[in-house]
Design a binder for this molecule. Structure first.
Ligand code: GAP
Length: 477
């Protein structure tokens, strides 16, 4: 399957089976905004839980918080987002279409030979690193990079556009205030740094984790749920003694990569990409890139943010944000190493990895299936219970099994259609285990378990089903 087709097939599959829908679809949709359907919401929750438990429950020195989306407007002045959170954009004068300059050049580079493409990207990185907007425009013109809509090279100057959404808080009769929809969850952690440190008696090094919505007015939003205007982040700020940030940066690079590999994804599907142009807050930064159907792209960022955020919040708020280190009897503003992963991008990564179209044809019969091979712990539904027929007391036995299992994990009951068709429907939504209740069950209390990946079937005792599934969906052992 060509990779272009793969993304389109995943998008169609997600809609058909209730994973992801275009937002407000009956009104022709809202660009780069998506809704999760009944199975997508389960998958999303399971991935979020796995991240949350890996980063809090499994870590002695990391705690989780849940800060509000709205924050005092000065937060974004202090964080640098009001002045710096912008991307260089360029407009095509004929089509009026606006492009992010790096996306425009990257798209063109992909059409070139590898060496030429690499050379172009290196030139682009050097110009971006020095904010040389004239140079970037020149690069676009010299390479005759044209607009996909008008096909012309009639470009405006390169300009910066801020990506934050603004709204107003308070009624019109009161003094109105501009507030921003947070573009990252991290600032909710920074402004609560001392609250958590003091109330939790935390000792450096320690971390604060958070998951939640973030909003960015992405000018060019594409790639399904890869780049959205409303999305969810899972971030962790690790507060360390100044001077130790390099070792913690390396530690978190390695630890986060291990987390990715724990999803059962092969190491060759990942690579690190060191940033050439550092964000306004960072002294070291890299991306963990995954080989999406549209190529290697960032799924997570690891950033050494120095004391930039806390120092600025101290300055703008006038409140002291230092930590007293009893080991060395000194006050200091901690340095921060951040791990920041997009939940929606992780969902796309897990879906891309799981989605398979398998040809099962034999000499006598043509056959195929679409299967989502999710890790069992992430599957939206863990167990499908299927009575062979709708009578003879089989549905009752199936319902009893579900009643026993549903407090522990998500189950699904279905009695319509042939068993083969029912298995295929469960394959298509990634259910790792199906149980068939048949007439033999009534005699010897055994059932058939059918495994999604191998399609193998075996007979096991009814009473062992719950524990078998529990063992396989365990997140940590
Ligand atoms: N606090 C640091 C920060 O926000 P970032 O690299 O801008 O860093 C972190 O974002 C992660 O958030 C990215 O690696 C990506 O997974 C996710 N992300 C960023 N923008 C996104 C968007 N428009 N749509 C979906 N996910 C996005």
């Amino acid at each position: 399957m060509a990779n272009d087709n793969k993304l389109q097939n995943i998008i169609a599959h997600c809609k058909e089976y209730g994973f992801v829908f275009q937002s407000s679809e009956i009104y022709d949709g809202l660009s780069a905004v998506y809704d999760y359907g009944q199975l997508g919401a389960e998958l999303k929750k399971n991935i979020r839980d796995y991240w949350w438990r890996s980063m809090t429950q499994m870590q002695e020195n990391i705690v989780g918080i849940d800060a509000a989306i709205f924050m005092h407007p000065t937060v974004w002045k202090a964080s640098g987002h009001v002045d710096n959170f912008s991307d260089p954009m360029i407009d095509n004068k004929d089509s009026q279409k606006r492009y992010r300059v790096d996306h425009l050049i990257e798209g063109f580079a992909e059409t070139l030979d590898t060496d030429k493409g690499e050379a172009l990207l290196q030139q682009m990185d050097a110009l971006l690193a020095t904010n040389d907007f004239d140079g970037l425009k020149q690069l676009i013109e010299n390479n005759r990079i044209s607009c996909a809509v008008s096909n012309t090279c009639n470009w405006t100057e390169v300009r910066q556009f801020n990506l934050m959404f603004a709204t107003e808080m308070g009624s019109l009769s009161e003094e109105t205030n501009v507030v921003y929809l947070r573009p990252e969850t991290a600032q909710g952690i920074f402004v609560n740094f001392l609250n958590v440190q003091k109330s939790g008696r935390m000792k450096i090094p320690f971390g604060i984790a958070q998951t939640g919505k973030a909003f960015r007015n992405e000018i060019v939003a594409r790639g399904f749920i890869f780049r959205m205007r409303e999305f969810e982040q899972m971030e962790m700020q690790f507060f360390v003694k100044p001077g130790t940030q390099k070792e913690w940066y390396e530690y978190w690079k390695e630890t986060r990569m291990k987390w990715h590999l724990s999803l059962g994804i092969s190491p060759d599907r990942y690579r690190f990409h060191d940033h050439v142009k550092l964000a306004h807050y960072a002294d070291m930064a890299c991306d963990i890139e995954y080989d999406f159907p549209m190529g290697f792209k960032e799924v997570e960022g690891i950033h050494s943010r120095t004391d930039f955020d806390l120092k600025n919040h101290q300055q703008f708020s006038g409140k002291k944000l230092t930590y007293f280190d009893t080991d060395i009897n000194q006050h200091y503003i901690p340095y921060v190493v951040e791990t920041s992963i997009g939940l929606d991008r992780t969902i796309l990564m897990v879906l891309s990895e799981a989605y398979k179209e398998e040809d099962l044809s034999t000499e006598d019969k043509k056959d195929s299936r679409v299967v989502l091979g999710f890790p069992a712990m992430l599957a939206p539904i863990k167990l499908a219970v299927l009575p062979l027929t709708k009578k003879d007391g089989l549905p009752e036995i199936a319902r009893e099994l579900i009643d026993q299992c549903k407090p522990a994990f998500k189950c699904f009951y279905e009695e319509k259609d042939s068993i083969g068709k029912r298995y295929r429907r469960q394959d298509a939504i990634g259910t790792p285990f199906c149980i068939t209740i048949d007439h033999q069950t009534k005699e010897d209390q055994t059932v058939t378990i059918r495994y999604r990946d191998s399609m193998l079937q075996e007979r096991i005792s009814l009473s062992s089903v719950k524990q078998l599934v529990l063992d396989k969906i365990q997140m940590f052992s």
